[in-house]
Design a protein around this ligand. Sequence first.
Ligand SMILES: [Zn+2]
Length: 192
Amino acid sequence: MAERDAAILGVLRAAGFEICRVEVNLLHGYYRDQDGSSTGETYPINPDCPLAVVSNNWISFDLQGERRDYQATIWLNDVVRTVAALNDDEVAAVKLAQLVAEAVPMVPIRLTWFGDMMVEQPSLDPHIREDEMIWKRSVVHGRCMGRLELHQVSDEWRSISCRKCRLRVYVPSNLNTFGELRKNAHLTKMGD
Ligand SMILES: [Zn+2]
């Protein structure tokens, strides 16, 4: 049991989930009416894999609690269903590696000397890849979680600004992809 749990925790961590443990538990979701209220009827969240993922929930500076991570539990269930349907072990291993790689969120990109980070909008699916154009995907400011917007300000420069806290950073116009922005983050300039 401990070995199985360790293997599953390894897969979940490799996929980018911050988790502390798994527990044997079938989770249920509630069907909702059009007005958003619960109908009282439930449906299984993880029918193919009766393991619920439990994450640390950061409550305050000195208090941590645990919570059931529905997103990670659904992901694990889908992975188990997909991989179990493959008869060939080698094919299954390749598929598992692919599913794990696809689940990893973008590594945050540092925008300023002060450590302001560009991060993916939470729960973004599919995750951002390094060769994608920065104006095509939703990103937020890691400090305040405000939406980051891109504007052309001159032929040579674009601005990245945070809708919430008004952070403004200038980046050279020839940086088009997330990968280019990450490699050349030293070229960004702070706005006023
Ligand atoms: Zn901000």
